[in-house]
Design a protein around this ligand. Structure first.
Ligand code: FAD
Length: 393
């Protein structure tokens, strides 16, 4: 069965944080849009990932009038808890952000964004399969997909927002040779572990001879753990006992409650940017256009930033017939992306090089530890770090 042909202003592909934030901004501005998501609502609302929303993203939600309805979680304390060779060294950074950032699990933000979008009358379609983009350089591109009842549907639009992450179809719909792919591999991976174990600390990052380890609360009863490991390991090699032993060794303290481990995934650390972030009437947002290593906690925040820039550009085009912001979309976002990539690469190298010397050696460890001490000793370094971390720089 085929249903031809709906019309809208923006088709948004993907209901992650980028797609949902964009949908809400457009809906509030009276601009027609449809969000198409491959997965079910249940699936996207339970997908656990990031946890830190920086100050600039909180401010953006406030400016769009959505902060009270979509943001949960607890405010950031301007403190990072480091454990270095088993000793706790809290690091208090100074910024002018007045504590705007939040620890808010990504699935809570996604759940709230869906709730607000749907209850305000937004058009969000789950289980949209076999999605293809057509005529993206023409004046009315189309998105074709199969709906949950098996019917083929086609939506014509002014713009397509590709918010479908690193493995979606939007970026791969752009012909070869049109985008430049720039990437950096860090040479190690993180084993990311989700456990039903209350966090010893809201957040803690350990530097140790055996490698980096991180722990972040994911609600009152669950924690996300990260363990640096070689690229050639596999998640199956990490038994639950081995994981707990390694966490206790790297943190140098016992884990109070070793609850069931519900997921173990291996994530190679890498930075990726695709340039430009648009082709014809297709615009790429979030992980579809760039990946930052998770050490920096910037992936979700970059996705939200793209959504704010793109929404403002569409609004200007629709309400004032001014395409200037749309034409500048890619360069505006890329400036911000490269700034965050620089911070993410620096912080990732620092935290890993200061621990396990089998990757970059003892000389590099001494350099990393000297840089680390500078954060404590220099007000300038402290403030710069705090501004990056909270998204003010
Ligand atoms: C384990 C892990 C930990 C992380 N920790 C942090 C952190 O602490 N801080 C941080 O800021 N970031 C973190 N990130 C990164 C952050 O989660 C991502 O940067 C963020 O999710 C990007 O949002 P997005 O909307 O661009 O993409 P996504 O969240 O990936 O959303 C893309 C959506 O598109 C849908 N989709 C895909 N293909 C199609 C298709 N063909 N048709 C329709 N829909 C499709 C997907 O189902 C998905 O819902 C982490 C990531 C991982 C994996």
């Amino acid at each position: 069965m085929s249903v031809m042909d709906e019309n809208t202003t923006v088709v948004i592909v993907g209901s992650g944080v980028a797609g949902l934030a964009l949908g809400n901004f457009l809906l509030r501005s009276g601009i027609d849009c449809v969000i198409l998501e491959r997965r079910s609502r249940e699936y996207v609302e339970q997908r656990q990932r990031a946890g830190a929303i920086d100050s600039s993203a909180v401010r953006m939600f406030r400016e769009w009038g959505l902060a009270d309805r979509v943001l949960g979680g607890v405010p950031f304390e301007p403190v990072l808890n480091f454990r270095i060779d088993g000793q706790t060294r809290p690091f208090r950074y100074v910024t002018d952000d007045h504590g705007d950032g939040r620890f808010c699990p990504q699935q809570v933000l996604v759940h709230n964004l869906i709730d607000v979008f749907v209850s305000d009358g937004g058009d969000l379609r789950f289980e949209a399969e076999d999605l293809t983009l057509e005529d993206i350089t023409g004046s009315r591109p189309r998105v074709r997909y199969r709906d949950s009842a098996g019917a083929t549907r086609t939506i014509s639009c002014d713009f397509i927002a590709g918010c479908d992450g690193d493995h979606g179809v939007s970026r791969t719909s752009i012909p070869d040779g049109e985008l430049t792919h720039l990437s950096h591999e860090y040479g190690y991976a993180w084993l990311t572990v989700l456990a039903e174990a209350p966090a010893n600390h809201q957040s803690m990052m350990a530097i140790h001879d055996r490698g980096f380890a991180g722990q972040f609360a994911r609600g009152p009863q669950a924690s996300r753990f990260y363990l640096q490991c070689p690229l050639d390991t596999s998640a199956e090699e990490w038994t639950d006992d081995r994981i707990w032993e390694e966490i206790e060794t790297r943190f140098g303290e016992p884990v109070a409650v070793k609850g069931p481990i519900s997921s173990k995934t291996l994530v190679p650390l890498r930075s990726v940017v695709y340039e430009p972030m648009s082709h014809g009437r297709l615009y790429l947002l979030g992980d579809a256009a760039h990946i930052v290593p998770p050490m920096s906690a910037k992936g979700m925040n970059l996705a939200l930033h793209d959504a704010g820039v793109f929404a403002a550009a569409v609004l200007k085009h629709v309400k004032e017939q001014d395409a200037g912001l749309l034409e500048a979309y890619s360069s505006t976002c890329l400036k911000h992306v490269w700034n965050y990539q620089a911070f993410a690469a620096w912080f990732t190298d620092l935290m890993h090089d200061a621990g396990d010397i089998s990757y970059h050696g003892e000389f590099r460890r001494r350099l990393a530890r000297a840089e680390f001490e500078r954060l404590y000793d220099s007000q300038t370094a402290n403030r710069l770090f705090g501004e990056f971390l909270t998204g003010l720089n």
